[in-house]
Design a protein around this ligand. Structure first.
Ligand code: HDE
Length: 711
């Protein structure tokens, strides 16, 4: 059998059991296909009589309902998904034989699921948390799953600590609080005892943990993987997703309010962007390291608490993923999709990263309880587009009807089929890494520099990002009740950056400790042999890395940005039209926020549809605000406290604000300085193009501390 090279766009839904409820004249039936005559009343002994056990229709309906829920994911329970396609820019045959990374004519269908980690399935999208970034590639050689995060490193180095980490961050066991939050004692107790978490904690306390949109996040494979080419040569690789809309976040005060106003903020944002045709796009990037260079770094490539700075190994962008279709059914697709870092195709392989190795066990195991058995690969969203032939049979909810008499091999009755595939036929063969080692429970010395990259991350942040990081730590540790935990954490911070430790300590009203509490647990149990584990630490010399900051992310588009237009009856129709049309032509979404629902009439009497009132929306759900003129409209808005609050809050969150004619007077009623040094991003009586440029900037951080405006 030859490796498939046929170019074909395969829609993942072609082969699915899609049940089209088209609202036509379909008749109601039971699950057995019996037409139902009365779905309003159960079968009773008389009009007021007891319900009869005989009512099989009632029983079927209620039984199904009673069993509608499945266990939520133990982590990453809250998520949102979308379908799309991956297209390769240039063959990567030099590094890998994976078909979808070789043939630029193949359009590989993908299904992506974004998620938070700690919260339950119904928790808010805007929790301070890591975001999962999972991509299922339906390649012609089988499923390849990229199961990554929006941060390039992880909390722990060894899989055996994962249950501890998750127990610590999840709601505390006695009262199940707090939901979807790391700001509590057990999390920080654990972290303060795990210096290897330091680097990840910097990411988690940064604005990366409160993204503006799933569409504006980076994705990282975290572990070092291997790429294997046709000759069997291996290169180490780190995978990246780079969003074409840039990497953007909200501010913490805003995140808290979004959680109240719209806990589905990220889910809705993804859904609406795709519905509006503003398809989210990411480029797939690879950092490739030759085998012989493995030991040239000051850190270990197998250590998942370390990234490879882009200054040392640039990211090559090799292809683009576009999400272009929303799921038809959340449960069937987004909830039942099962990712696994062990779903591989020939040309990609693992390394011995001890975190990755543990994951290879966990992901199948978890589906057994979550999806109820070993046949989860038969659920439509999990099915590969390439054929499946093996001797596995039966099990809960088996869908495939295997017609062969033989389900064993070797066999003579069934022609010894299915046959093993030779490597030349696309058969997977693990990379033959030479291993000559003792069986031990130890950690390599090369894993023990826990602070250099945490410092590198902190040093690489802009002043605004540093301020946010300090405030996040003050918030999180401020919620910790046990003072000893706060102090121990400050001790860890002294090892990352002394000014950081001092600033956090100030907020907590504590003195800065001289250093970390001794002994620092370097991954050995407290009663372990400390002598044996004394690490040889090599400190990193790189001082800062531009790619770690969001400051210089692309800011060249307003595509899919949400802009509130505050207007009511009597609004200047010409201005409104001009702004609305121009912004929408540039790809933005505009929404009219008015004092009442329904329609407003502009100054020429033309009706304009209202999208929201001040009761049904809030400024935190928008990227920018525009107030057009029109005396009557502005008079009505001026009498509305919520309208004034709307613009003040947008200002406090550093968003672009525009006003024209009487709209400028309206802004004058608020605390927004309409003239003077604080007016960055406040576009008054200028052109809509000036406003567009301001929106592209995302935020005007310079006014964050300058203006004392309530939000
Ligand atoms: Fe996961 N992780 N994880 N994880 N993970 C799960 O699998 C686990 C880790 C990640 O959208 C679970 O199907 C262990 C790192 C994502 O459906 C579970 C360890 C990274 C998702 C599991 C890790 C991830 C999961 C829960 C340490 C980034 C959501 C449900 C050894 C590279 C996938 C499920 C989706 C989900 C185990 C560490 C990413 C329990 C044991 C590191 C994006 O199997």
């Amino acid at each position: 059998m030859k490796k498939p090279t046929v170019s074909k766009v395969i829609s993942k839904n072609e082969d699915l059991l899609i049940h089209k409820e088209d609202g036509s004249d379909q008749l109601l039936t039971t699950n057995q296909g019996l037409k139902v005559n009365d779905d309003q009343n159960s079968l009773k002994a008389g009009e007021r009589g007891a319900t009869l056990l005989e009512d099989f229709i009632l029983r079927e309906k209620i039984t199904h309902f009673d069993h509608e829920r499945i266990p939520e994911r133990i982590v990453h329970a809250r998520g949102s998904g979308a379908h799309g396609v991956f297209e390769l820019y240039k063959s990567q045959s030099e590094y890998t034989k994976a078909g979808f990374l070789n043939d630029t004519s193949i359009k590989t269908p993908v299904f992506v699921r974004f998620s938070t980690v700690a919260g339950s399935r119904g928790s808010t999208d805007l929790a301070r948390d890591v975001r999962g970034f999972s991509v299922k590639f339906y390649t012609q050689e089988g499923i390849y799953d990229f199961v990554g995060n929006n941060m390039p490193v992880f909390f722990i180095q060894d899989a055996i600590k994962f249950p501890d980490l998750i127990h610590a961050v999840k709601p505390e066991p006695h009262h199940e609080m707090p939901q979807a939050a790391s700001a509590h004692d057990t999390f920080w107790d654990f972290i303060s005892l795990m210096p290897e978490s330091s680097h990840m904690i910097m990411w988690l306390m940064s604005d990366r943990a409160i993204p503006r949109s799933y569409r504006m996040m980076e994705g990282f494979g975290v572990h070092t993987f291997r790429l294997i080419n046709e000759e069997g040569k291996s290169h180490f690789v780190k995978f990246h997703w780079k969003p074409l809309l840039g990497v953007h976040s909200v501010v913490w005060n805003e995140a808290l309010k979004i959680s109240g106003n719209d806990p589905d903020f990220h889910r809705r944002d993804l859904w609406e962007a795709i519905e509006a045709g503003a398809f989210p796009e990411w480029e797939l990037g690879i950092q490739v390291v030759r085998e012989e260079d493995e030991n040239k770094f000051e850190f270990d490539l197998l250590d998942p608490t370390k990234l490879i700075p882009e200054e040392l190994v640039p990211v090559q962008r090799i292809g683009k993923m576009t999400l272009n279709r929303n799921p038809d059914n959340f449960f069937a697709e987004t909830e039942q999709v099962a990712f696994h870092p062990g779903h591989l195709v020939p040309g990609i392989d693992f390394t011995n990263d001890p975190l990755l190795q543990g994951r290879l066990f966990s992901y199948t195991d978890t589906q057994l309880s979550r999806l109820g058995g070993p046949n989860f690969h038969e659920i439509p969203i999990n099915r590969p587009i390439s054929p499946v032939h093996n001797n596995q049979r039966d099990g809960h909810m088996r869908q495939t009807i295997n017609t062969s008499r033989t389900s064993y091999q070797p066999n003579s009755i069934g022609g010894n089929s299915p046959l093993q595939a030779k490597v030349a036929e696309g058969g997977f063969s693990s990379y033959q890494e030479r291993i000559d080692a003792k069986k031990i429970r130890e950690r390599s010395d090369s894993f023990f520099d826990h602070f250099s990259q945490a410092t590198l991350f902190f040093n690489s942040q802009s002043e605004t990002e540093k301020n946010h990081l300090v405030e996040a730590l003050q918030f999180e540790l401020g919620k910790v009740e046990i003072e000893a935990v706060r102090k121990r954490m400050l001790g860890i911070l002294t090892q990352i950056d002394l000014t950081l430790a001092k600033r956090v300590a100030e907020g907590l009203g504590l003195a800065v400790p001289s250093g970390p509490e001794k002994p620092v647990n370097h991954g050995v149990p407290a009663d372990g042999d400390q002598q044996r584990y004394e690490p040889k630490i090599v400190k990193s010399t790189l001082k800062s890395s531009a790619a770690l900051s969001m400051k210089d992310t692309p800011k060249n588009t307003i595509k899919s940005r949400k802009i509130a237009i505050l207007a009511t009856d009597g609004v200047n129709g010409a201005e409104l039209d001009n702004y609305k049309k121009t912004l929408e032509a540039a790809g933005a979404m505009t929404k009219i926020v008015a004092t009442h629902n329904g329609h407003i009439n502009d100054d020429a009497g033309k009706p304009v549809k209202v999208d929201f009132t001040f009761l049904t929306t809030a400024s935190v759900l928008f990227d920018a605000v525009y107030v057009p003129g029109g005396k009557k409209s502005v008079d009505a808005l001026s009498a509305e406290a919520d309208a004034i609050h709307f613009v003040e809050e947008a200002f406090r969150h550093c968003k672009a604000i525009a006003a024209t004619k009487e709209g400028v007077q309206f802004l004058g009623l608020s605390k927004i300085p309409v003239k003077g040094k604080n007016d960055a991003g406040v576009v008054l009586d200028k052109t809509v193009k000036d406003f567009e440029k301001a929106i592209q900037q995302h935020r005007f951080w310079e006014r964050e501390k300058a203006a004392k405006i309530p939000a």
